[in-house]
Structures are given as structure tokens and as C-alpha cells.
Design a protein. Structure first.
Length: 309
């Protein structure tokens, strides 16, 4: 039987700072026959490729792939996904850590999801859309405890998403193949996840947020340290606009609002549970915390969300 999940972990540079912690958090599932782990070093120009190989050599079931060149985020993920055999691909950036129960929760969600849903984004502490939860000042350790609770206390509900952030994303393998993976036109990275989200919707598939899977997003130390990052973002945003002229560049607050509105619909239908209330409490504060800076826009926003609190 093929595995349910193929985890593709993409690393680039700084193995000891990022990739190692991500991989160590996946050790509980190394021997799980329903999980396949593929680790890609994306042409690192430091000692990360050697360290990646050494780490993978400890585990016979881990598939280690070393690229001679930096293929960019899209190319690196395509490279790893081409070796996957699972029903679902789980693309993982190396600046993530998986709390207790995370992969078990992902298996549970994908095994029960409607056939029309082809992509699932987990929730996290840091994202640019509705996948982000709200707990200002929380340490990574506190977030890991929050994540453990969410992963082991499922709500059984899926939430709306206009697009998904690809710090960690689950995609049906057959749909990934149908859409041709990520578009390498975006080079080293940025906006290829937005592009894939839009292409997936155009192909007639649904994407959703699962609040039953939490993954800690530590934050990338790769692009943020690059002086060319802003230029790359600007370039790739233009490419996205040329491919998708009607694309909406929504603030995180709108993604959060869409989820809260869905939660309250469930509440009105009489299906409210302690698990849903916990998730609601991890969002409601953002209605104020994410308010626009402009006085007029802030007033309009507060007026809009007043009835939801």
C-alpha cells in the first residue's frame, strides 16, 4: 500500500538553525508506514548538504535528495515531489516545527475530507492569511503547547481560504500532477504558492484551512537576510498579476474574518463545541489587533466587525 502522506522537506543553507529542528520534530513518524519522508537540500553553498546527508543516513526510511544547484522554492519542491508515492503531498519549508500529534492529525483530516477538496492548509502562529492564529507575545514553546492541544482535540470542521501559504501545505498528489506542480517562473521564491492556489481554484478544486492541524512557523532566515529579497518580491508580484489579473491581494485580517464568520455560522446552526470555541478564542482578538492604521479605515473596520464580537 502506498503511504497516505509524502512529506517533502525543502532545506537551503543554515542546516543547524532551521532544517535540523524541522527534521527532528518529524522523528516520531519516521517509522510510520503511512508516512513517507523526502528531504531535499536545494543546492546549499555552505555545509548544509553534507549535514543533511548525515542526518538522513541515520534513518533507512528517509529519502535524501541533494541538488547540485539552487532550483528555487518551486523547482526544489517539484524535484522532491517527483519522487513521492503518497496519496497526498505535504510540502514543508524548513523553517517549521511539528508539535506533538501534527502528522497524525494531518492523516486524520486528509482521510476524511470531501473529494472536491484538493488542498489543505494547517493553522500556525505566523502567516499572511487566515491560517494565522492570534496569541500576541506567545513564545515558540507556548505555541507548541497550543498546537499539541489543537492536534489532539479536533473540531472536524474546515474553514474557507482564498489562498494558502506554503510554509506547510497538503495537496492531493493527482491534482499536483494535473496542475504541473509549482511554476518555476517565480525563480528563487515568493508568490508561487499564491499562483498555485489560484490555478487550483480555476481547475475546479477547493482549498480549505484545517484548524485541526497546527504547525509552528519559525520564520525563514534565508530570504529575509538577502538584500535582493524586496526586488524579488516586486518582480514576482508583477508576474502573478500578469498571470492572474483579477487576483486579490488581501490583508491577513480578511482571511481571519472569513474564518470567524464561518465559525459563527456553525454556532448559529447549533454545532458549537469546546473545540470550536478554543479556535474562535485564538482568532477573535485579531479583529482589533489587525485593524487598519488609517483613522477612517479603522473606524469602518471596527463598525464592520462589531457585531461579530
Amino acid at each position: 500500500m502506498p503511504p497516505i502522506l509524502s512529506l517533502v522537506v525543502l532545506g537551503f543553507r543554515n542546516f543547524d538553525v532551521t532544517t535540523k529542528a524541522c527534521l527532528e520534530s518529524l522523528i516520531p513518524w519516521i517509522d510510520d508506514p503511512e508516512v513517507e519522508i523526502i528531504v531535499v537540500d536545494n543546492g546549499s553553498d555552505d555545509d548544509s548538504s553534507a549535514k543533511t546527508s548525515q542526518w538522513c543516513a541515520r534513518f533507512s526510511r528517509v529519502n535524501c535528495l541533494i541538488s547540485a544547484d539552487n532550483l528555487g522554492f518551486a523547482g526544489g519542491m517539484n524535484f522532491g515531489a517527483a519522487r513521492a508515492s503518497g496519496s497526498w503531498l505535504v510540502l514543508i519549508n524548513n523553517d517549521t516545527v511539528f508539535p506533538d500529534g501534527a502528522i497524525d492529525a494531518m492523516k486524520r483530516v486528509v482521510s476524511n475530507v470531501d473529494d472536491r477538496v484538493a488542498m489543505l492548509g494547517p493553522v500556525t502562529n505566523a502567516a499572511g492569511n487566515g491560517q494565522r492564529l492570534w496569541k500576541p507575545g506567545a513564545s515558540h514553546e507556548e505555541w507548541l503547547q497550543v498546537g499539541k492541544w489543537l492536534n489532539t482535540h479536533p473540531s472536524g470542521e474546515l474553514m474557507p481560504a482564498y489562498r494558502c501559504d506554503f510554509f506547510c501545505i497538503a495537496i492531493r498528489a493527482k491534482v499536483w500532477v494535473e496542475l504541473g506542480g509549482l511554476d518555476r517562473v517565480f525563480g528563487l521564491g515568493y508568490y508561487e504558492d499564491f499562483d498555485f492556489s489560484l490555478r487550483l481554484g480555476q481547475a475546479g478544486y477547493q482549498q480549505m484551512i484545517t484548524e485541526d492541524v497546527f504547525v509552528l512557523h519559525v520564520g525563514s532566515a534565508t530570504f529575509k537576510a538577502s538584500p535582493s529579497a524586496k526586488a524579488l518580491i516586486k518582480r514576482n508580484k508583477k508576474i502573478l498579476k500578469s498571470k492572474h489579473p483579477l487576483a486579490r491581494f488581501e490583508h491577513t485580517r480578511l482571511g481571519n474574518l472569513a474564518v470567524i464568520e464561518r465559525q459563527l455560522e456553525i454556532k448559529a446552526a447549533g454545532r458549537w463545541t469546546p473545540e470550536l470555541d478554543n479556535r474562535y478564542q485564538l482568532r477573535i482578538g485579531a479583529l482589533v489587533g489587525d485593524a487598519p492604521k488609517s483613522l477612517l479605515k479603522r473606524w469602518l473596520w471596527k463598525r464592520k466587525v462589531k457585531v461579530l464580537k
